[in-house]
Ligand binder design. Structure first.
Ligand SMILES: [Zn+2]
Length: 386
């Protein structure tokens, strides 16, 4: 096979043309294997050693680690290969056909974030990798948009130990040094139905849930008082009541009621701590109404993320990008990558406002600065002896 003469737009087109949607809705969910195999082929041609791993918990979903150089340390450039589903009928373009129009590139995943891999290769192809004094690694993960299973697997395997990691999510090329976590929780109250004419005939789940909601609102206030991080516009962990359902008829005692809500922990407040406060807040209701309450995760909690704000990576990214590092409100794989023991930032082309939207696009004005920033960071952390 002859080597591909890598061209940014060709790589972009090929990545966008391969659907790799992940979704908790099985009819939407797809394997990311073809994207991973394509990246494996490209990075092999660049002289990287590639390792493709199928996720134990998610058959048909794959991670890729491509390595150039020996040993631990060095720089990791990371991203996810899956995209969200697209709203049928709301795209004015084909989501799987790269379309260039009015200085923009349209397609599903152009900024979130398959396109980042095209940028990495474009940035590296003209660099003399044989001169690198530190290893460079590329990580491409599965299922970031759903369970973060790919990043979780990388964190638990601990097979790579970079010094620095950059995740190329669309931050508008502003380095991101912290974000909140995200937790989706459910509470189910199981009472006992009965004729409404006599309350003693049953156990009313709605009445118990009413007490639960009172406690949750108290907790909401406590979180605001107890914790503070001035980097965020909303500087405390939030708790939002999101959905409730229960009961069926005015003349029946409600036997079951379910509430779902989310919490967003700030850095330094692990999800376990908020779960502890939650259980503590609800304990009196459990005592009063034994065996009626189940508390459960709607999905595994995603921890908050922060990196060493005075570290070399934050400094270098600020110097090279021309933007000081910020805190953001969305969640990424950064807390898992951070568990590898590296300094970690999120920094990539495109604006988050255009992600998860119909007609997702990359403004072409990002192309040159993105390549400059990747080359700058690679030079800084792989070429110079520190
Ligand atoms: Zn993303």
């Amino acid at each position: 096979m002859s080597a591909t003469p890598f061209k940014l737009m060709d790589m972009y087109r090929d990545l966008i043309a391969i659907p790799s949607i992940s979704s908790t809705e099985p009819s939407w969910d797809q394997s990311n294997e073809k994207v991973i195999r394509l990246l494996a082929d490209w990075f092999s041609q660049l002289g990287f050693a590639v390792e493709v791993t199928e996720l134990e918990d998610a058959p048909g979903k794959f991670n890729l680690v491509a390595t150039h150089g020996e040993g631990d340390g060095g720089l990791l450039l990371a991203g996810h290969t899956d995209t969200v589903p697209y709203d049928e009928g709301r795209w004015t373009k084909d989501p799987f056909k790269l379309t260039e129009e009015n200085g923009r590139l349209y397609g599903l995943g152009v900024i979130d974030m398959k396109g980042f891999f095209a940028f990495i290769i474009e940035a590296l192809k003209d660099m003399d990798l044989s001169k690198f004094t530190k290893p460079i690694r590329i990580l491409a993960t599965a299922d970031e948009e759903t369970s973060m299973a790919g990043a979780r697997a990388i964190a638990s395997a601990m097979a790579i130990k970079p010094d620095y990691a950059v995740i190329g999510e669309p931050t508008g090329l502003v380095p991101v040094m912290m974000h909140k976590g995200h937790m989706s929780e459910g509470i189910r109250i199981t009472g006992k139905s009965g004729h409404s004419s006599d309350p003693a005939n049953g156990v009313n789940a709605l009445e118990i849930m009413h007490k639960v909601m009172g406690r949750l609102l108290d907790l909401q206030g406590q979180l605001k008082k107890k914790y503070h991080n001035p980097h965020f516009n909303v500087p405390y962990p939030t708790l939002n009541l999101g959905h409730i359902s229960g009961g069926d008829s005015p003349n029946r005692i409600c036997a079951c009621c379910e509430l779902s809500f989310d919490m967003r922990p700030i850095p330094g407040v692990p999800p376990e701590e908020l779960m502890g406060l939650l259980h503590h807040a609800l304990e009196p209701i459990k005592q009063e109404h034994p065996n009626t309450m189940d508390i459960f995760h709607l999905h595994e909690p995603n921890p908050p993320f922060s990196t060493d704000t005075e570290g070399e990576l934050v400094q270098a990214a600020a110097d090279i990008s021309g933007h000081s590092a910020q805190a953001v409100n969305y969640s990424t794989e950064a807390p898992y990558i951070n568990q590898l023991g590296c300094q970690t930032i999120v920094l990539g082309p495109g604006n988050i406002a255009q992600a998860h939207q119909p007609d997702e696009y990359l403004d072409l004005s990002f192309v040159k600065p993105t390549l400059d920033i990747i080359q700058g960071l690679v030079s800084r952390f792989c070429l110079e002896q520190k």
